[in-house]
Write a protein that binds this ligand. Structure first.
Ligand SMILES: Cc1ncc(C[n+]2csc(CCOP(=O)(O)OP(=O)(O)O)c2C)c(N)n1
Ligand SMILES: [Mg+2]
Length: 275
């Protein structure tokens, strides 16, 4: 049930995805595609603040050309990309399927841009993953590779927060880190960087960034408490989260409220659908 938290299973959801290590069954892809479509319509259009990472992936998906190349990192960003970016025939989608290593989104995007100079090459990455190899952005600048790096900025190793809670039933430990100004970092490397903090700015800024002919970074401040939920929540999941709360999860209230609000939004969506 917690499969969705596992990167190797996330990649099996991709209808036309190409991963380094795994191919998908058509039946599974169709099932997951309808799951994608279902949740896409609700959480991907949420405009409340802080920005929902799902909104960023949805808007990016709408902006992408049909032959775009998307490289994603390991983290909750893998889930957002797998669920909310509509991978169409002709696109390429890459992630580290077997090792689920962090940090490769950026170098993959650089390699893809060198291999396919006329196609759009995007890195959709977490802030933790990006920080591991951020120096490579200077490589993109040096070679004038017009990659776009979309950083989902939550100032936390988000996936690990959820694993510690939902797998182990423990309070989170050691997952937060000091934020870096990635827009300024892009400028320090000699190129342009954008910072997005308002939901209404996601679309226009992504749109503007995508018109840049140079390496560009867009950092988007997102809700650090939005969980990459499994397709179906079972009792074990709820039990582990409750255990983690009982043992002193420091953000229990914020997380509980987010889970509750998400449920309300989805129920309202159901009502509208059946009304
Ligand atoms: C090299 C490496 N170190 C550690 C991990 C374990 N790990 C998987 S996801 C993750 C956190 C990713 O954080 P971030 O890039 O900020 O993305 P988020 O989950 O916050 O969206 C970690 C530490 C890994 N997969 N690879
Ligand atoms: Mg993060």
């Amino acid at each position: 049930m917690l499969n969705i938290l596992n990167v190797q299973n996330v990649q099996r959801e991709l209808p036309y995805g190409r991963s380094t290590a795994c191919s998908i069954s058509v039946q599974r892809a169709v099932q997951c595609r309808s799951f994608k479509m279902e949740i896409n319509s609700e959480q991907g259009s949420r405009t409340d603040k802080p920005i929902k990472p799902q909104l960023v992936a949805t808007i990016l998906s709408d902006e992408l050309e049909d032959d775009a190349i998307i490289s994603v990192d390991s983290g909750t960003t893998t889930s957002w990309a797998a669920r909310y970016i509509n991978i169409r025939r002709g696109m390429h989608f890459s992630l580290s399927g077997t090792l689920a290593s962090m940090g490769y989104g950026l170098p993959y995007a650089i390699a893809a841009q060198i291999a396919f100079p006329t196609r759009r090459s995007i890195a959709f990455v977490g802030d933790g993953g990006f920080t591991m190899l951020m120096g490579e952005f200077a490589t993109a600048v040096q070679h004038n590779l017009p990659i776009k790096v979309i950083i989902i900025k939550n100032s936390v190793l988000g996936m690990i927060r959820w694993e510690q809670m939902a797998f182990l039933g423990n309070p989170e430990f050691g997952v937060e880190f000091t934020p870096i100004d990635y827009a300024k970092f892009a400028e320090a490397c000699g190129e342009k960087g954008y910072t997005v903090t308002e939901p209404r700015d996601v679309k226009p800024i992504l749109n503007e960034a995508l018109t840049e002919k140079k390496p560009t970074i867009v950092e988007v401040y997102v809700d650090p408490f939005d969980p990459p939920m499994p397709p179906q929540v079972d009792l074990e999941f709820v039990k582990k989260i409750a255990e983690s709360f009982a043992k002193g999860q420091p953000y229990a209230k914020r997380i509980g409220l987010t889970l509750y609000r998400n449920q309300i939004h989805e129920r309202l969506r159901d009502l509208h659908h059946h009304g």
